[in-house]
Design a protein around this ligand. Structure first.
Ligand code: ZN
Ligand code: ZN
Ligand code: ZN
Length: 365
């Protein structure tokens, strides 16, 4: 049970030494869950995992949470260092970090805790641990990949079934509610988000579904996902109600083509930003370049959005078992929006689509 965690901590230490870091400090967050399987709530009382190459990992933990930490998957493999209310936890971390000059801290470490560490270790320099952990977490192991596949399949089933439900005359909220229910019915522990953006609302990519009544000739963007076994699904499909609005089919074709071209470009050795360029080139050539107002994709795993990012400037070289979204879109203010999103995994020599529901334009009633 603890085997993947032992190995992850070893690899985190190796990566830290390669980068000339003396220590990595991790607070409750997906980073801590990834490394130890321990996933408590982040609180004002600091819980901090201290990794130092060549030393045993230590977990500073509030005394009252020690039993929880001890019972967690890595409890037996960590030196638990309890601290009592009234003591200075940052001084305790400082002694664990004795002699460390370059310290990486989890991106989600609260500023108040970082300032405590800075006070206790005035000589140390601090940097974000995403440089170490983001890279490790971006390459999934076989069991992580299997959970992501299951989550994607559950999201695909959700889309298949929503197509049979009625849209015309119902509110965005009502359709969003159905999506959330279907996500859970198909195996998600919970629905995380259900964007339903109809008609002119669809021009806002992160629209919050509301009371608007869905009408014939609306395009409806549905972007939805949930959590399953600690990992996320995230897929988007755009459908039209009864018939497509004017100007829509050409734009839909451009987005569908851009998405297909970008997915086809995924293989080991290609840079993340190149996937964005491929999608953007197709949409620009079709004349909608200015209406593609966001990056092409984001990594996905224990977090809905995590490295790498398919965006100009992200030079991450794709490796087998990296997982991310490919989701180009076109947004025409006041009229309609279109987005098509699938999660993909980099395979040994190309790409595996985790989402497989149809991307051909679907007409709903
Ligand atoms: Zn989004
Ligand atoms: Zn999405
Ligand atoms: Zn997404």
């Amino acid at each position: 049970m603890s085997a993947p965690h032992v190995d992850r901590i070893r690899r985190a230490n190796e990566e830290a030494s390669r980068r000339g870091l003396d220590a990595v400090v991790v607070s409750p967050s997906p980073d801590l869950a990834y490394l130890t399987g321990y996933d408590p709530m982040p609180l004002e009382r600091p819980t901090l995992l201290v990794l130092r190459p060549e030393r045993d990992p230590a977990l500073l933990v509030p005394e009252l949470e020690r039993p929880l930490a001890a019972a967690s998957p890595m409890g037996k493999h960590l030196d638990l260092v309890p601290w009592l209310d009234g003591a200075d936890p940052y001084e305790a971390v400082a002694s664990l970090l004795d002699g460390a000059a370059r310290v990486a801290v989890a991106d989600r470490l609260w500023a108040s805790h970082l300032m405590g560490l800075q006070r206790a270790l005035p000589g140390a320099s601090f940097s974000p641990a995403s440089a170490v952990l983001g890279r490790l977490r971006s390459v999934k192991d076989a069991s992580e990949l299997e959970v992501l596949r299951r989550a994607a399949r559950a999201a695909d089933e959700t889309f298949r079934e929503i197509l049979a439900m009625s849209f015309e005359g119902r509110s965005e909220e009502a359709v969003a509610h159905d999506l959330a229910e279907l996500l859970v019915r198909h195996g998600h522990a919970k629905a995380e988000f259900t964007i339903v953006a109809s008609g002119p609302h669809a021009a806002s990519p992160h629209h919050e579904p509301g009371g608007r009544t869905i009408l014939p000739r609306d395009a409806v963007v549905m972007d939805f996902g949930g959590e399953l076994g600690g990992y996320f699904s995230d897929t988007t499909r755009t459908v039209v109600v009864v018939e497509a609005p004017e100007g829509f089919p050409q734009a839909y074709e451009a987005v569908q083509e851009a998405q297909a071209a970008a997915v086809d470009a995924v293989r080991p050795g290609v840079r993340a930003e190149e996937i964005d360029r491929v999608a953007r080139a197709v949409i620009e050539a079709a004349g909608y370049g200015e209406r593609f107002i966001h990056r092409t994709g984001h990594g996905i795993g224990l977090e809905l959005h995590e490295p790498p990012y398919m965006v100009e400037g992200d030079g991450t070289v794709l490796e087998p078992r990296m997982t991310f979204s490919v989701e180009p879109g076109v947004y025409v203010e006041g009229r309609f929006g279109i987005r098509i999103e699938d999660i993909v995994a980099v395979s040994q020599d190309g790409v595996e689509r985790l989402n497989r529901s149809t991307r051909d334009l679907q007409v709903v009633a």
